[in-house]
Ligand binder design. Sequence first.
Ligand SMILES: [Zn+2]
Length: 379
Amino acid sequence: MSELAELYVVFVVLYLFECLAWVPRRTVGFLALLGRRRARIAFRPNAGWSSSVAIGQPWPPLAPPWFAEPLPFAVDLLGITLTEGDGRRLAWEKLAPITARDARVESGESLTCKLASRHAAAGLAEALEKIRVADAKKREVELRRFLDARFDVAAARTQRKLFDRSVRSLRVLSNALWLALFGGVGAAVGTQNLLYLVAVAALTLLLWPVNAFVFTRTLRKQTWLAKGQGPELSKRLVTMLSPLSAVRAVDVLARELWANWDPFTVAALLLGPRELRSFARPLLVAALPREGDPLAWWRAELRRRMELILAEQNIDVEELLAPPAREGSHVSQYCPACLAQYERGAGVEGNCPNETCFAIPLRAFFSDERERSSTEGKS
Ligand SMILES: [Zn+2]
């Protein structure tokens, strides 16, 4: 391999690294590697890791990976329940003021929680503080308003439009820089002509500072992100530090875009009907009523908003939650969330063992109506 080709490979590897985005584990990433309709959920390389990774579309038009984060805890009329921790409920009356520090939401000693961005932490802390200081009567109104905003598809759509408009020039420049780098070096490798390489270097040295300038200007002029809530200075500097990271400047801004929306809302905007159905099923199942559930209010509120969004997308909830076609008489139970089917006596009892199905009880297949009614009579 010639030295030029080696250089090219190094470029590609460094660049692919720039396309990756690491986010907290709960974050959902929507990937569009082959166009918008083929979006996928973020990949967690290892079940034990605290982070997930997503890759932005590496070739023009350089679509960024989109992210949305579910709430890190449950909220209801009584307080905040640490669903990611030990399940304790922190009563509103006993909580210290709720504030944001960098990407963390904090309340005295009792609550500290890291989110995907400063923007997300600031939005969440502000909303929770409003709920905390409200008197018991107004609290329910504030809570509902907070949840309504997280599930507001129309507002999310407007946000997307503002974003697209604000990054238009930056996107054009990033694509030009991409073409100069990969097209130019590629041509130099193919022809073994050093003149091409000199031309690429000259073009890159011209486009790179222009890109950095437009990136800074875009951040200053955008209207969808409050001042002081944008990417940290270190992130902004790293973005401008090399031509390869400058190519992904739009990603850095895109990370902030959905900070205040639930992944379900973003899914309704970005996913096609088929993807949305399989994305929605486990979330809907997790929000179904359970017996003696201390979080019944919270689940019911989530479910109602999810069902509204699905209805707007013409997805029938009952059909979505229907049991899968039974693979044969050897399987006796199925998971309502991931639709995996299990044999009786296969050592799987109670909850679905799939990593993505957290505490989802398996359901039995019924061979006929008589069996169904006798089992239902017992439970
Ligand atoms: Zn499952």
